[in-house]
Design a protein around this ligand. Structure first.
Ligand code: SF4
Length: 428
């Protein structure tokens, strides 16, 4: 089997003390996940039970949908609902009946909780059960929460996938399940690589179509593609499935180690692994090297946002030669992040949660070359002369696996190059 770079002698950051922050947060809520989930599941509809604010957030985040038949909407809770003067369940049933009679193409309906529905304690689990019975077998109704009280934006996907797990059919045979909503083009690349390694059958959660839903059982082994899927992993474990622990497939090294862990589970030979991965690995290394010239020796500070921070810091430090000052994540699932923490050389502060003012103080004191942060913090930091990268772009752009490794490095190199150009222009 071809070798990755040697692991650091220590356990990297696995045992580093974690700075726990509990204060004001600056992140989108879990409703944002609907923007990429609805593209992944074209026969699904996401009905947010929320307020006009929720509707505006979705429309602003996914404005392109105005040209297509929408696959998400908001059942607005009016004041009389919020004041308990109307039966919100009855109104919801009517709304769903109207929607499903107009849209026979819908096979999966997600009732998505929001801050307002949680504040009035609207029981969407009960609603989903009732509506499932009423509209079975054509439509399966599932609920999850995207409320900003409970979730940061990538946790919306986690809550959605976790909610689907109990309804998956049982499976007897040994299967590999890939878990996480990758863009179709990236998912196809993963399936091609795994097929080249002779690994199968491979199923995907979420499936593109309701009738392609994977089974799950004690013979199922699964590989996560995203580090924010802690609740989904726990739900799969409860069904008897077993997770293949690995770093996440970002960059050449991360992708190789992720594939290698799966290959080891399925007894793939070293020769086969090398034959399938050597060429894409070489291409990925070359593409990363082109961007790494800009990144090498520069410092990076991750504010907590997407939960991608730890594997991305590992990629930037080990493959692009950057120095991580602080790696903040809204939540750290220790088991899931462990293999990436092992690889991240000791040094950066690892922080979990957010206290935005204290974190901004640390950013200002460190004055890193690049700060990865949410949209709301980027402009003020740019105004202070700091260079930023919007964390949300990392979720909306294909960044997994070999063929995207160069693009991933370029996403971080671009703001640094732009800043250099601006400085040059100012100096002329
Ligand atoms: S769920 Fe909460 S945080 Fe998200 S848009 Fe609605 S009101 Fe705002």
């Amino acid at each position: 089997m071809t070798e990755g770079r040697p692991l650091p002698a220590s356990r990297g950051c696995r045992d580093a003390p974690v700075l726990k922050e509990r204060g004001q947060r600056e992140v989108f809520c879990g409703l944002t996940g609907i923007v990429w989930l609805h593209r992944k599941m074209p026969d699904a509809f996401f009905l947010v039970v929320g307020s006009r604010t929720c509707a505006h957030l979705l429309q602003a985040a996914a404005g392109v949908m105005i040209f297509a038949e929408p696959r998400f909407g908001t059942a607005i809770l009016e004041e009389k609902d919020l004041a308990g003067m109307a039966d919100a369940h009855e109104e919801l049933d009517r709304e769903v009946a109207r929607l499903l009679s107009r849209r026979p193409d819908i096979r999966r309906l997600f009732l998505v909780g929001s801050c307002p529905s949680e504040v009035i304690r609207l029981d969407l689990a009960r609603a989903a059960e009732r509506l499932s019975r009423r509209h079975a077998p054509h439509v399966a109704v599932v609920n999850f929460s995207g409320s900003g009280i409970e979730t940061t934006f990538t946790e919306g996907e986690d809550a959605c996938l976790a909610a689907m797990v109990p309804g998956l059919p049982p499976a007897e045979g040994r299967e590999l399940l890939l878990v996480g909503a990758l863009p179709d083009v990236v998912e196809d690349q993963a399936l091609r690589l795994l097929s080249g390694l002779g690994i199968g059958p491979v199923r995907v959660l979420p499936a593109r179509r309701a009738d392609g839903a994977p089974g799950v059982g004690p013979q199922t082994v699964y590989a996560l593609t995203q580090p924010f899927l802690g609740a989904t992993a726990a739900a799969l474990d409860r069904r008897g499935a077993r997770r293949i622990a690995a770093p996440f497939p970002f960059g050449e090294e991360g992708t190789t180690l992720w594939l290698r862990a799966i290959a080891a589970e399925f007894g793939v030979s070293d020769e086969t692994f090398a034959r399938v991965t050597d060429a894409p690995r070489a291409r990925a290394r070359k593409a990363v090297a082109a961007a790494a010239a800009t990144l090498r020796g520069r410092s990076v500070f991750f504010l907590p946002d997407s939960q991608l921070e730890i594997p991305l810091a590992r990629f930037l430090v080990r493959e692009c030669g950057m120095e991580a000052v602080e790696v903040g994540s809204p939540y750290i699932h220790a088991d899931l992040a462990g293999p990436d923490l092992d690889l991240l050389p000791a040094g950066p502060v690892i922080s979990e949660g957010q206290d935005v003012d204290r974190q901004l103080d640390r950013v200002r004191a460190a004055r890193p070359d690049l700060t990865v942060c949410g949209l709301g913090l980027a402009n003020p930091l740019e105004a202070e002369g700091l260079t930023t990268k919007w964390a949300i772009e990392l979720v909306f752009t294909p960044i997994h696996l070999y063929d995207q490794a160069g693009d991933l490095a370029q996403l971080f190199a671009r703001p640094l190059r732009r800043r250099n150009l601006l400085r040059l222009e100012a100096a002329e």
